[in-house]
Design a protein around this ligand. Structure first.
Ligand code: SUG
Length: 448
């Protein structure tokens, strides 16, 4: 049976803004307070989805969330009508209003960890929504994420959904941003690679000194247990704490894997040799031949990686077995990175082509091409069981573009977030979106 990697891209929500909310994420910190352009952000994301679809890749779309999150503000003690909740938060606690307005759910690599059916004990595709509990603005995503994923992958014969892990730092879970899967074919059993930043219960693992390590070993292990993964199908590795301290807040900022290939920076991991040997051995048992492409620090520094998002690229398999990298335009702007990429694609290796995308609106908050997509490996039967409303087609691209043009503002600054009209605009837009994507009622304002 045929199998595919389907990329579900997060549609940027109408409140996309630069809130400076993510300590440890250099772009989020340095662009704080700039005004944003939500319309442009959404159109940039849609253009990437369309381009991949036109290149012949399976492409889907994941809906944004209801923002401002009035219910979250109510839980923090702001009362009255919805408009009053927003006014009171703006007056007394602007940072909380900003957090409740974040469109951060666009970075769907953090929405969940997904294990394909070939890896799991019950032969279903498993999803665990990420608790994202390191940052308040992201910790409020998972209930809606679970409802949206449930509406997209509703067939219980093929899809199993797990609630987010306990919402404490010891089980900090950032979803697929710290998870990669290696396999020979997407439909065959593979090796799931979980990268953690620290251990919550075992102090033998070093931790970063400056910035938080968002993913814990214990969270990764819990996800592997929930998904029913076999020990032979799992490898755990620790992210180098020094690179977290240089702004590598997720492993997908310094490594990306696909098929049998891991593309990574020399400084990405601790105990790299041991990790590579384990990946090679376990993938060999699954019938695959592990290959790694290490980018030396002499060619590209960690700082280059953080600024250019070279590793936050999408590594895609083409029908002839070669691979393609989808990179943000910031890679072209960095001389060392661009020189490296020219050398890589002309060296006769597996990665033959680089395609550049303008994702500046998302990049300015630390979200590159790989952050914007959640990969779900599916066989033909499973793909047929996905809600067809969320699979990208030329007509759907047309409808979504028209929807963005109709509802989105082209400028948003912090003061605009306090405008109760913005809430109404967002709800009107999202109500229409659930009809376009055939999701049913998934948002708090549609349910309560
Ligand atoms: O969690 N930025 C996101 C970026 C997530 C990138 N995802 C992956 N690497 N997979 C984060 O730090 C910034 C929001 C703001 O500051 O307005 C933010 O949430």
């Amino acid at each position: 049976m045929k199998s595919y990697e389907v990329n579900f891209d997060g549609l940027v929500g109408p409140t996309h803004n630069y809130g400076g909310l993510s300590y440890g994420n250099v772009a989020s910190q340095s662009n704080s307070q700039q005004s944003s352009n939500p319309k442009e952000a959404a159109l940039q994301g849609l253009a990437k989805m369309k381009a991949l679809m036109e290149m012949g890749f399976q492409q889907g779309v994941l809906a944004p969330q209801e923002r401002p999150d009035v219910a979250a503000l109510r839980r923090l003690g702001f009362g009255g009508t919805d408009a009053q909740v927003i006014e009171r938060a703006a007056k007394d606690a602007m940072p909380l209003l900003v957090a409740s307005c974040s469109a951060s759910s666009m970075w769907v690599a953090n929405a969940a960890t997904v294990s394909p059916s070939a890896d799991t004990a019950d032969g279903r595709v498993h999803f665990t929504a990420a608790n994202l509990n390191c940052k308040y603005h992201r910790s409020i995503e998972h209930p809606t994420t679970s409802r949206v994923l449930g509406a997209m992958f509703a067939n219980q014969q093929h899809f199993a959904h797990h609630a987010a892990l306990p919402a404490v730092a010891q089980f900090g879970d950032e979803g697929a941003a710290n998870h990669t899967r290696f396999c020979r074919e997407y439909g065959e059993a593979g090796v799931e690679f979980f990268v953690f930043g620290r251990s919550a219960f075992d102090n033998r693992y070093p931790a970063p000194q400056k910035y938080p390590a968002r993913q814990t070993l214990e969270a990764s292990q819990a996800v592997a247990r929930l998904h029913g993964l076999r020990d032979e199908g799992v490898v755990y590795a620790q992210q180098n704490p020094n690179v977290i301290d240089q702004g590598v807040f997720h492993n997908d900022v310094i490594a990306v894997g696909n098929g049998e290939v891991l593309f990574y920076h020399e400084d990405a991991f601790l105990e790299t040799e041991q990790m590579l040997a384990e990946l090679e051995g376990k993938l060999a048992k699954a019938g695959g031949k592990f290959q790694s492409v290490c980018v030396p620090r002499s060619a590209v520094t960690v700082d280059d990686a953080v600024r250019s998002y070279l590793f936050n690229s999408q590594l895609l398999s083409r029908p002839d077995g070669s691979m393609l990298l989808i990179v943000p335009q910031e890679c072209q702007a960095n001389e060392r990175v661009w020189t490296y990429l020219q050398g890589l694609t002309s060296s006769g290796g597996l990665i033959r082509e680089v395609k550049v995308f303008d994702l500046k609106q998302s990049m300015q908050n630390g979200g590159g091409p790989a952050c914007l997509r959640l990969r779900v490996a599916l066989n033909e039967t499973e793909l047929a069981a996905v809600n067809p409303g969320v699979i990208m087609t030329a007509p759907l691209y047309g409808s979504l573009t028209a929807w963005v043009e109709k509802h989105y503002r082209d400028r948003l600054s912090e003061t605009d977030l306090a405008d109760p009209q913005l809430l109404l605009e967002c709800r009107t837009a999202l109500d229409e979106l659930t009809q376009i994507l055939k999701l049913g009622a998934v948002y708090p304002f549609q349910i309560n």
